[in-house]
Design a binder for this molecule. Structure first.
Ligand code: 5RP
Length: 225
């Protein structure tokens, strides 16, 4: 296992310390979250009583595999905690998410939670968001014209592909990866983007994270907003 993977495992396993009996837990997506769900499964085996709401089909599959009980928003109004990864974290704990294409449901579970905890290896920390191409979920209908309007804001949107086919999110939408290079005002950019008809959601999570648990593979640091 390389240093980055060690760090992902480290923060994923550390995050479960924040999960207490009886909690409703938002389960994020991605390879860091994988370690969190695996550890959560072990704790459930040992008697921890929780229910999770997954942010992707992949996460739901891992939860089932590791024995983490699931529920949904027809039975739950508020989550106690959501734990998720990120593609970039800036100095104000604003985030770029959506590298795995789950940004829309991730934002729903982040928004529904009393506390959002982000787990990240050290490489995810940046001074300014934007080096990682911003994922934007768009409606398939007319995506070409939506992409042109997004492009006017200063990027060249690239339609996400998987195995040469257009990637389709769990919600049936497309993802545009948009390199802005440096995002100086994430809130303003999010508002401009979300105002474009055809944009379903952006991967900018502004002022949402309460804590970031970060590791370089050996040491853990917890940063609180
Ligand atoms: C998926 C996400 C992930 O949280 C993000 O891509 C980080 O993934 P990983 O933990 O695999 O580095 O936003 O949509």
């Amino acid at each position: 296992m390389n240093e980055t993977d060690k760090a992902k495992k480290h923060v994923g396993e550390e995050a479960v310390l924040y999960v207490k009996n009886g909690m409703k837990v938002g389960l994020g997506s991605g390879s860091t979250v994988y370690w969190m769900i695996r550890k959560l499964g072990e704790l459930v085996q040992q008697g921890l009583r929780i229910e999770g709401i997954p942010s992707s089909n992949q996460t739901a599959q891992w939860a089932k595999e590791f024995g983490v009980p699931l529920t949904d928003f027809s039975k739950v109004d508020k989550l106690d905690i959501t734990i998720d990864g990120a593609d970039e974290v800036d100095l104000n704990l604003n985030l770029i998410k959506g590298g795995g294409g789950a940004l829309l449901r991730e934002k729903v579970i982040a928004n529904a939670a009393k506390e959002l905890i982000i787990i990240a290896d050290k490489s995810k920390f940046v001074t300014h968001l934007g080096k990682f191409p911003l994922p934007i979920e768009v409606l398939p209908f007319g995506w070409e014209v939506t992409a042109k309007q997004i492009g006017l804001l200063g990027c060249q949107p690239i339609i996400r592909k998987r195995d040469l086919e257009t990637f389709v999110s769990d919600n049936g939408n497309y993802i545009l990866d948009c390199s802005f290079e440096e995002i100086n005002d994430p809130q303003k950019l999010h508002e401009q983007l979300i105002g474009i008809v055809g944009v379903v959601e952006t991967g900018l999570f502004v002022d949402m994270a309460n804590k970031v648990i970060v590791s370089n593979g050996s040491e853990i640091e917890v940063i609180t907003s």
